[in-house]
Design a protein around this ligand. Structure first.
Ligand SMILES: Nc1ncnc2c1ncn2[C@@H]1O[C@H](COP(=O)(O)OP(=O)(O)OP(=O)(O)O)[C@@H](O)[C@H]1O
Ligand SMILES: [Mg+2]
Length: 481
């Protein structure tokens, strides 16, 4: 594994230093030999060639072992060295070449190749934008990398279709362009897939959401079993919409049947009963395309309780809103800069949702990414608005939570909430009791924060326990205080 460390250049972007792989001359020979025999194997297997990494690792070990013993009959090789070297060689052969160590680093959010003879940039979760000390100087080498990624996902990229957009096997999202669309040589952007998704507790810890707002959403999205709320999460590119949607989905009651529909699979909903669907681009003959709208329409025949649309962009919006207006629940993200703009975008082309249908959403959740001069950014839910009705053709919004940039707090500014009132009426509970319940749930979330309970499995276990027996959980928290 390569090691990296950081150095701050005067006033420039921090540098991400990639320490290059070191091989002894003997190891280098081994690497070349293994590569050669792999190429021979690939050629002799023709189209049926498939790489099985476990088998290959084993073969490499045997190869090194035999080689070592035929050359050094009196020495022995330690198991640890054999294992380490085999893994290093395997990554070198099957990995992503020069940028492989960047792909392996879970602290990176994004890897950006902007052309030939230009440094590769990365966005680090803690340090923000950084410049690496590696670059591609050979255009062919970069095109080969992009080609191999295209092959991995059974797609192609060439002059005729010079844009590649898709998802690698590890879940990372890639976008690549080649000539004639990219002027300075090929470009490649990789949005890395976070192996451990951020949970609601992670979002509370990073102040993206407040304890109070999280508890409020918990109650609204399970709706005490009588009405689970719908929401659109809106914001700019990379503001964390999908991540927030994913974290909030943990509040959906486990009894719901969930269908998720996305362009590239990103959501990692913790529930057992989920059907995941992904759109499909047309094939080389321009046939076989399955759009978001096709999938949303199809989902309606699958008796869903909740439909989650990864990103609402075009005519699928009408289909989704038809579903919301006929008793289904929904979640979705949308690209926009304010709650008002969200409504405008939904009701104008190409989404064109009739205004009367908009009232089916309960919340518009605005999320912002705030950039600082140091290059590090942070994310905040900046506003939560309820859709309360329509007056003379204008949709009425009621802002209930707002982020205050001066204090960096998300403030509850509502006098009343339509959703809470509905839940109270439908469940025959008083608003006083509902607010008490929100306080209880806030205590449960706070307990998780204080006891560093934040992984997906741990958080879900606590939520499940609370669903089954709230008193027991609350009593336990009291005792542990
Ligand atoms: N609240 C957060 N705190 C820290 N990192 C976050 C947060 N939200 C998202 N991220 C990270 O930021 C990156 C982008 O997040 P995400 O994909 O959720 O954004 P998005 O708004 O859905 O982007 P897009 O506009 O491409 O759909 C991911 O790497 C994610 O792990
Ligand atoms: Mg997204």
């Amino acid at each position: 594994m390569e090691i990296k460390h950081y150095r701050i250049n005067n006033n420039q972007l921090p540098q991400y230093k990639v320490v290059k792989q070191n091989y002894s001359p003997k190891e280098k020979v081994l690497l070349d030999e293994i590569r050669e025999s792999l190429v021979d194997l690939a050629i002799s297997s023709g189209e049926n060639f498939q790489l099985n990494e476990d088998k290959l690792l084993n073969d490499i070990k045997i190869f090194i072992f035999n080689k070592f013993h035929s050359e050094n009959q009196n020495e022995s090789i330690t198991n640890e060295y054999l294992d380490k070297l085999s893994r290093k060689l395997l990554r070198d052969i099957t990995g992503y070449g020069k940028i492989d160590s960047l792909i392996q680093d879970d602290d990176l959010e994004e890897i950006m190749i902007i052309g030939i003879n230009k440094p590769i940039f990365v966005y680090h979760r803690k340090h923000g934008m950084m410049k690496t000390d590696i670059e591609y100087s050979d255009e062919q080498e970069l095109i080969e990398l992009i080609d191999s990624m295209a092959r991995e996902i059974n797609r192609r990229i060439d002059q005729e279709s010079p844009i590649l957009d898709g998802r690698l096997n590890d879940g990372s999202r890639i976008n690549a362009t080649i000539a004639p669309v990219s002027a300075d040589g090929p470009s490649l952007t990789i949005r890395k897939f976070k192996k451990d998704p951020l949970t609601i507790i992670d979002l509370i810890n990073s102040k993206t959401i407040s304890l109070e707002l999280a508890a409020f959403f918990w109650l609204c999205f399970d709706g005490l079993g009588v009405k689970s709320a719908n929401a659109i999460i809106s914001g700019g590119t990379s503001s964390g919409k999908t991540t927030t949607l994913n974290a909030l989905s943990a509040f959906i009651p486990p009894t719901e049947r969930i269908i998720t529909i996305e362009d590239t699979l990103e959501l990692q909903i913790p529930h057992e009963h989920v059907i995941r669907m992904e759109t499909r681009p047309p094939n080389v003959e321009n046939k076989g395309e399955l759009t978001m709208n096709d999938l949303v329409k199809n989902s309606l025949r699958q008796r869903p309780d909740r439909i989650i649309v990864g990103e609402v962009r075009a005519e699928e919006a009408i289909t989704l809103f038809t579903a919301l207006n006929t008793g289904h629940s929904g979640f979705g993200t949308l690209h926009s800069n304010s709650a008002r703009e969200t409504i405008t975008r939904l009701t104008t082309k190409p989404m064109s949702v009739p205004k009367i249908m908009i009232q089916a959403i309960d919340f518009i959740i605005m999320q912002n990414r705030i950039y600082t001069s140091s290059g590090v950014s942070y994310r905040r839910i900046s506003e939560v608005a309820e859709v309360v009705g329509s007056e003379e053709g204008v949709i009425q919004l009621n802002k209930i939570f707002q982020w205050n940039p001066e204090t960096d707090n998300i403030e509850n500014i509502s006098v009343s909430s339509k959703t809470l009132t509905q839940i109270a009426n439908l469940s025959g509970t008083s608003l006083y009791e509902i607010n008490k319940e929100i306080e209880n749930r806030e205590a449960v979330l706070k307990h998780m924060v204080n006891h560093n309970i934040h992984s997906v499995n741990e958080v879900n276990a606590v939520l499940e326990l609370y669903n089954a027996n709230p008193e027991k959980v609350l009593n336990r928290i009291q005792l542990n205080r």
